[in-house]
Write a protein that binds this ligand. Structure first.
Ligand code: HEC
Length: 174
């Protein structure tokens, strides 16, 4: 029984050896030094919220997070998050509809020809199927205007702010 165990150890050692060479493999153990993106401060969140037009700037972020629970089975919101049934929503504000590289959109979304903003999202989330006929997003819609307002506000705060400090950070040493 010890031979397979020995092989496993050897394989693991080989993997460790590879990632220690800095080949950039995603599965390596703890990357040194790259600082995690700082959490947004309450002030930064408030500023993002305030930048939205009325009524979205009055959105209730706690309710927005609760409403987004209905989207989570199909969407991630973090930077570099995977596409699932639906595309990753990081950076959706200001992005061309159908703009996530590598995601297989319906023609309806691919050829929509607009950029997402709060109002477009509002129409979309009220009823995706009447807003973009032929979409494959199987979601009936959010009938409550306050739910749409709140989830849009929450998305604005959660999907795209890059703090200047993170952009200015030096590249990790090779
Ligand atoms: C059952 C899965 C599912 C659920 C639930 C769902 N979506 Fe989607 N969503 C999709 C799919 C699939 C697409 C791609 C639609 C297409 O290509 O026609 C999509 C597309 C989108 C887009 C367009 C993205 C782009 O890159 O143009 C947005 C914005 C969006 N969804 C937001 C939401 C929000 C917010 C919720 C919750 C209120 C939600 N979705 C719930 C599956 C889902």
């Amino acid at each position: 029984m010890s031979r397979p165990a020995l092989l496993a150890v050897t394989a693991a050692t080989a993997l460790l050896g590879l990632s220690a060479c800095g080949d950039g493999g995603a599965s390596g153990p703890a990357k040194p030094a790259a600082p995690p993106k700082p959490e947004l401060t309450a002030e930064q969140k408030a500023a993002l919220l305030a930048a939205l037009p009325t009524p979205y700037n009055q959105g209730d972020l706690d309710n927005g997070r609760r409403v987004f629970a209905r989207c989570r089975s199909c969407h991630t919101v973090s930077e570099g998050g995977p596409n699932m049934t639906g595309p990753n929503l990081y950076g959706v504000f200001g992005r061309q509809a159908g703009g996530v590289e590598g995601y297989n959109y319906s023609n309806a979304v691919k050829t929509a020809g607009f950029v997402w903003d709060a109002e477009k999202l509002d129409h979309w989330l009220e009823n995706p199927h009447t807003f973009l006929r032929g979409t494959k997003m199987s979601f009936a819609g959010l009938s409550e205007p306050t739910d749409r307002r709140d989830v849009i506000a929450w998305l604005k705060v959660e999907t795209g702010y890059v703090p200047p400090a993170a952009e200015a950070a030096p590249a990790p040493a090779q």
